[in-house]
Design a protein around this ligand. Structure first.
Ligand SMILES: Nc1ncnc2c1ncn2[C@@H]1O[C@H](COP(=O)(O)OP(=O)(O)OP(=O)(O)O)[C@@H](O)[C@H]1O
Length: 463
């Protein structure tokens, strides 16, 4: 069968019309069905995007009953399929009824090839559009579990959308508690593997001598206590995604075996000589600088390049701006529910404290602090004293100082425009939509130099 052409299921009991369609619809790969049963069989087998359906089907070809029943069954099984019904020229009522039931369009016999070709192309186009929309909204729902409005997190979500459907082995970097596992799950859930298992293993939490058998499985009698053949985590992830957390802690000896699995997609359980083929996508994470470790021979360099076909670096919570408050509000709802509490929100002192704290333990620390604050809170609103935070992120200025924010953005824009224009003052002023004197005044205000020789613009040294 020529798979380049779009496949069209034609439900038509008249062999003469079948022949005519074959001849006039040569841009499509036609498959035929003569009655309801064969139509459903072909639908299940070929999953066509578009179907043409003659409403007059046997056993009662003079009547539209069987055709209408076939239409309903097709749309129940495959709601996105575009069904175009075919009726006799004097049968408008049935055509309209079919559209009411969900048919995409209708046309009357005798067949006008040009018109039918146009209707069919439009139907395929619409199908593909709807299918893409559906996939997009499913991806959005799956990504919705990642809370965060900051540009950094939004950018990472767009990267996840792009890489999820691929087979790229991905390395997620970031401090402890920044959401590496959350992102690994999002990659899995937005991928075509989302119905298969997501299996996570933490390489740091399992003793070195057990990690190999945990990952690769073992044969009965492979070592003392191996009473029965047991599959490893890799095999358990068959068809799905394996998440190797703390990959930087994997013992060097085991890294060679891991590399072979990643290259050849086969595993050999401990104590076995039999190879097992595995179809598993791998996502790794670490809070260590594995590249530096590779350079110091503390991590296999070849394994590093194998696992980092794509790298995502998660920013620490303190660099995500207002996300901390967004997360704090979301966690309050879930923690209230979990503990059966009714804390209503945060007072100003708590918001200030949450925003300015350094968050060395990132989102996990935030969750813990809110949990204990919900338990400790004496009133319906959490205050800074309930949160027990020390070490503010920076001197407590006001939470949102609009002037400071504006000035920072203004100075940043000038730096970037200068760099873009090659430090040409006229061009920079044009880019920014201001006059040269205004630009000079602003550069002076922000102590910016226009030194052409420096590769980047840095604040002028005041000497
Ligand atoms: N963007 C986010 N939105 C909502 N919850 C999040 C987000 N990121 C992380 N979390 C929550 O924070 C906690 C820590 O996240 P996670 O375990 O993914 O971090 P991690 O970086 O893998 O940590 P570790 O390095 O310690 O393994 C989890 O409870 C997770 O559900």
């Amino acid at each position: 069968m020529n798979t380049d052409k779009p496949l069209l299921l034609v439900v038509e009991d008249d062999l003469g019309i079948q022949k005519q369609l074959k001849w006039s619809l040569d841009e499509f790969e036609l498959v035929f069905a003569q009655d309801r049963a064969s139509a459903i069989k072909q639908l299940r087998r070929h999953e066509p995007k578009v179907v043409t359906l003659d409403l007059g089907l046997p056993p009662d070809s003079a009547n539209a009953t069987e055709g209408m029943a076939t239409l309903s069954e097709i749309l129940t099984l495959s709601p996105l399929t575009k069904v175009i019904v075919v009726t006799g020229s004097d049968d408008k009522a049935h055509a309209i009824e079919a559209v009411r039931l969900g048919a995409y369009d209708f046309y009357h016999k005798p067949i006008a090839a040009d018109t039918l070709n146009i209707i069919l192309h439009r139907a395929y186009w619409l199908y593909e559009l709807e299918e893409a929309n559906q996939q997009f909204s499913q991806i959005n729902v799956r990504l919705a579990r990642i809370i965060g409005d900051s540009p950094e997190i939004q950018k990472l979500c767009r990267v996840v959308e792009k890489i999820a459907p691929t087979e790229l082995t991905t390395l997620i970097l970031g401090e402890s508690g920044t959401g590496k596992e959350v992102f690994a799950r999002a990659i899995h859930e937005c991928s075509l593997r989302h119905d298969a298992p997501f299996v996570a293993i933490n390489c740091a939490s399992i003793p070195d001598n057990l990690l190999e058998s945990e990952l690769f499985g073992y044969e009965r009698g492979a070592f003392t206590g191996a009473h029965k053949k047991t599959p490893g985590k890799i095999e358990c992830a068959q068809g799905g995604t394996l998440f190797l957390d703390e990959i930087g802690d994997m013992p060097l000896a085991l890294q060679a075996k891991m590399l072979r699995f990643l290259q050849e997609r086969v595993i050999e359980p401990v104590g076995s000589r039999q190879e097992i083929e595995v179809d598993v996508r791998v996502v790794c994470a670490t809070n260590k600088d594995v590249l530096a470790m590779a350079q110091q021979q503390l991590f296999r360099e070849d394994l590093y390049y194998r696992i980092s076909e794509m790298t995502l670096t998660l920013p620490p919570l303190r660099e995500r701006g207002g996300d901390v408050l967004l997360l704090a509000r979301a966690f309050l709802v879930s923690i209230n529910k979990e503990l059966g509490c009714h804390v209503k929100g945060y007072d100003d002192s708590a918001l200030q404290a949450l925003y300015h704290y350094h968050w060395p333990g990132n989102i996990r620390e935030l969750q813990n602090k809110i949990k204990s604050a919900v338990i400790m809170a004496e009133t319906s609103r959490i205050s800074d004293s309930d949160l027990l935070l020390c070490q503010p992120r920076e001197a407590a200025t006001t939470l949102f100082n609009l002037r400071e924010v504006r000035e920072e953005a203004e100075s940043q824009a000038i730096v970037e425009a200068l760099s873009y224009s090659g430090h040409n003052i006229s061009k920079t002023a044009d880019l920014l939509g201001i006059t040269r004197p205004t630009l000079y005044a602003l550069m002076e205000k922000y102590a910016l130099s226009s030194n052409k020789d420096s590769s980047d613009i840095s604040p002028a040294t005041s000497s």
